[in-house]
Design a protein around this ligand. Sequence first.
Ligand code: SAH
Length: 357
Amino acid sequence: MTPLKRLILDLIHQGGPVSVARYMELALAHPDHGYYITRDPLGRAGDFTTAPEISQVFGELIGLWCAQVWMDAGAPSRVLLAEAGPGRGTLLADILRACRAVPGFGQAIELQLVETSPVLRLVQEQKLLSLGARAQWHLSLDTLPTDAPLLLVANEFLDALPIRQFECRSNRWHERQVGTDGASLVFGLAPDPEPSLMRSAPDGSILEIAPVALEAVRAIARRIVDQGGAALLVDYGHAEPGFGDTLQAMREHAFADVLDAPGEADLTAHVDFAAMAAAARAAGAKVHGPLTQGDLLERLGIGIRAARLAVAAPERASDIRSGCSRLTEMTPTGMGQLFKAIAITRPDAPSPPGFAG
Ligand code: SAH
């Protein structure tokens, strides 16, 4: 049994079942045993692989996206380039490399990283040091500076934030909880229904609400409205609202049981892009998309970029092509279709690259 499982069992024995959101928070962010606190989970030796770890082209195209947004805003002399949940810093490194070709942009950028994992922060520090780049780190979006336009990117950040789940019984919604049958963790339902949820649905339907991700998107949108700039949020999820249990655990690149080994497996949930877009709009911002990742990358010129790279580095040509195909694969479980992107701007700003029309 993992130390965190022991601890969660004790908590439940003392105080009763905990919500799925609380369970997810403990599993991912417990100060001693949380999954993201104790390890670098990315890459082949870890539990999952993300787009920037698959191909440098992903970050390069996002870098050029940032540079174009900066130019469209009149090339301000200072701009905050922020990333939420920067992982190994790979996306940021690829962004910075692509942006070297854009006169003035490198000098204008002030790097801001929002990261809660001490282990990943170290990896990011090393990566940026090797590039000669300086950055400020933040534990939350709240402390980002407010005195310059903000370009914020986040890939697979929202999916790691705790969700609440509710199950429908006779048109009343009961919060899903994690309790125990003695030795192991089991799912259950809160006895009292949640009074604020009124939608009718077949018995057994699961409704997911992501309060932490929604608040993050609201905070980002408010800043874009106040400071100017744009945000690009990429994640796996769905464009239309719907019902269903999307909470999943990943360990060593395979699906695992959500309750089996808290602290040792990644826990994520599909992002409800309709809800995220509504939250940003409610904060006064304009939302562009959602687009599928495949469509966005095609519109940003992934084909041309990959072909150019393959010519420049023929020995890596087949890796470059297979990486880009993986990012744009348009099957229901392929990254091109499963992943979506939205952009957030001020209401009067031009459409960011890839999102026009
Ligand atoms: N964007 C990276 C990593 C994605 S993994 C990539 O695409 O490769 C999720 C990232 O979000 C990790 O860096 C993790 O430590 C970070 N993270 C998780 N919860 C967070 C929180 N509440 N605040 C800030 N960062 C968080």
